[in-house]
Design a protein around this ligand. Structure first.
Ligand SMILES: [Mg+2]
Length: 128
């Protein structure tokens, strides 16, 4: 299995850890986990390059997940990185918006490692 470098974006540090743990429990082998607490910080991390996947919250201060997606699509080297949105109940409209802005999937909190496996591993395609 390929070792993965992922970026987890959420304004809650507890949620970032929960996402990381769920990815590991889903069987993904993470070599590097970068974190950001909003879209602006995430864009800085993206510039460092070579990410296999990004998981991003939608509701965040400074720059939310939708604004982050829009900015991400303007970065040539980042266009092929799959982005999975992490959502809460009631944010269906924003999920639809995120999917049309280029997100490849979403996970609704609270999620199980099985759901993570189901939604995330197919996006890694040939890299597993
Ligand atoms: Mg949030």
């Amino acid at each position: 299995m390929k070792k993965l470098k992922v970026l987890i974006v959420d304004d809650s540090s507890v949620m970032r850890k929960i996402v990381e743990r769920a990815l590991r429990q889903a069987g993904l082998e993470l070599t590097e986990v970068l974190e950001a607490s909003n879209g602006a910080e995430a864009l800085v991390q993206v510039q460092k390059g070579s990410l296999d996947m990004i998981l991003s919250d939608i509701n965040m201060p400074v720059m939310d997940g939708l604004e982050f997606l829009k900015n991400l699509s303007t970065i040539e080297s980042a266009r092929n990185i799959p982005v999975v949105m992490i959502t809460t109940e009631g944010s269906e409209a924003r999920v639809v918006e995120a999917l049309s802005a280029g997100a490849k999937g979403y996970l609704r909190k609270p999620f199980t490692p099985e759901q993570v496996k189901e939604r995330v591993t197919p996006l890694l395609g040939g890299s597993l």
